[in-house]
Design a protein around this ligand. Structure first.
Ligand SMILES: C[S@@+](CC[C@H](N)C(=O)[O-])C[C@H]1O[C@@H](n2cnc3c(N)ncnc32)[C@H](O)[C@@H]1O
Length: 172
């Protein structure tokens, strides 16, 4: 596909990122700790999700959320995964939003990626070992990230909390 400038964020564009499918790329350099998007979510209650949603393509896009699974509307559904993400996110459960912020300085033309956590349901194209053996392409449950109540060391929530200032330490 041709890169398409996004209406609400004119410095980011969505484009084809090879085997990963579509992804988000920046057309300008971005300083660290910059909020780059705030995506409202659509909540699917747990029962509805287990009966219907998880059997559909939605299951590749949803975030674990209090009371069910959430689909991020807008950019939030377009971030690809990296083991070394340059974007972090924070769920705002009360307001039904996810805030995305840069974790380091980002150069022009870089793809913006989040970490989905350790349980991938596809071979990671950014990880040559995984790409070769496809070892994660099996039993792992889908859903983009781990439960906020049950964070793993590799997931964003255990690494940084930007917007509420409770913990803005990058360390794991
Ligand atoms: C939330 S969607 C991201 C947007 C997606 N690329 C698209 O075009 O709709 C998650 C899907 O993107 C793909 N994906 C994301 N990160 C990837 C990676 N590092 N390696 C391979 N595929 C990836 C997988 O197919 C995954 O199910």
């Amino acid at each position: 596909m041709e890169p398409v400038r996004l209406f609400n964020q004119s410095t980011l564009q969505i484009q084809n990122c090879g085997a990963k499918g579509r992804g988000i790329v920046t057309t300008v350099a971005i300083p660290t700790r910059t909020v780059i998007d705030i995506s409202p979510i659509l909540l699917f209650p747990s029962e509805e999700y287990s009966t219907h949603g998880q059997h559909t393509h939605l299951d590749h896009y949803t975030y674990r959320w209090k009371g069910g699974m959430a689909l991020a509307l807008g950019l939030g559904s377009m971030f690809n995964h990296s083991r070394t993400p340059n974007v972090g996110f924070q769920r705002d459960i009360n307001n039904g939003l996810i805030r995305y912020s840069t974790l380091r300085e980002i150069d022009v033309g870089e793809e913006l990626c989040i970490s989905y956590g350790p349980n991938l349901w596809f071979p990671d194209m950014e990880d040559p070992q995984d790409h070769n053996n496809g070892s994660n392409n099996g039993e792992a449950s889908k859903g983009v990230v781990s439960d906020s109540e049950d964070e793993t060391a590799e997931s964003f929530f255990s690494r940084i909390q930007l917007s509420d200032g409770e913990d803005d330490d990058d360390s794991v």
